[in-house]
Design a protein. Structure first.
Length: 168
């Protein structure tokens, strides 16, 4: 997955709309489903926990299905891209201890995966206005740059391919 420039304002606007729409849909539809089931199948004891739970489960499943169905729609382009980028970075993060060890030995793929992780994290944090940890990331980037220089490796984010993680 390549890092691409996206319109920050459009992303934030669409993310808010998607988030609020999902929350509203979950609230309204779970109540509608559970109340319909309670009306059709009343419980004499007054406990309708199972119908309420079923309403929430059906609504959550529906939201997930709708998000998946419309993930390639133009409106969802930035939101889906960020979601997929976060998943790709999470895969690297799970392998980071092994990557760091291999990077100290000069493994080009490990260095490249770390470079992609740092560049992707910087991109996401700036996109979400989460700049608190950028200083820590800058320190890690400097360490990575030193390792790349030490082992005479050129790191280009565009060269990263998720398949290289299989070796770690």
């Amino acid at each position: 997955m390549q890092l691409i420039d996206i319109d920050k304002a459009r992303y934030q606007k669409h993310l808010k709309i998607v988030f609020i729409s999902c929350a509203a849909f979950l609230a309204v539809s779970s109540l509608a489903v559970s109340q319909t089931l309670i009306a059709l199948f009343p419980d004499e004891s007054g406990s309708h926990f199972h119908w309420n739970l079923l309403g929430v489960v059906v609504s959550a499943f529906t939201v997930g299905w709708l998000l998946n169905k419309y993930r390639r729609h133009d409106f969802m382009r930035e939101v889906t891209y960020v979601w997929e980028l976060k998943q790709a970075l999470n895969k690297i993060t799970r392998k980071m201890p092994k990557l760091e060890k291999a990077a100290l030995e000069g493994n080009r793929d490990a260095l490249l995966a770390m470079q992609y992780s740092y560049a992707g994290s910087r991109f996401l944090w700036q996109l979400d206005d989460n700049t608190l940890t950028l200083d820590e990331l800058a320190i890690k980037q400097l360490e990575l740059d030193r390792l790349a220089e030490q082992f005479d490796v050129t790191l280009t984010v565009a060269d990263y391919d998720e398949k290289i993680l299989a070796a770690f």
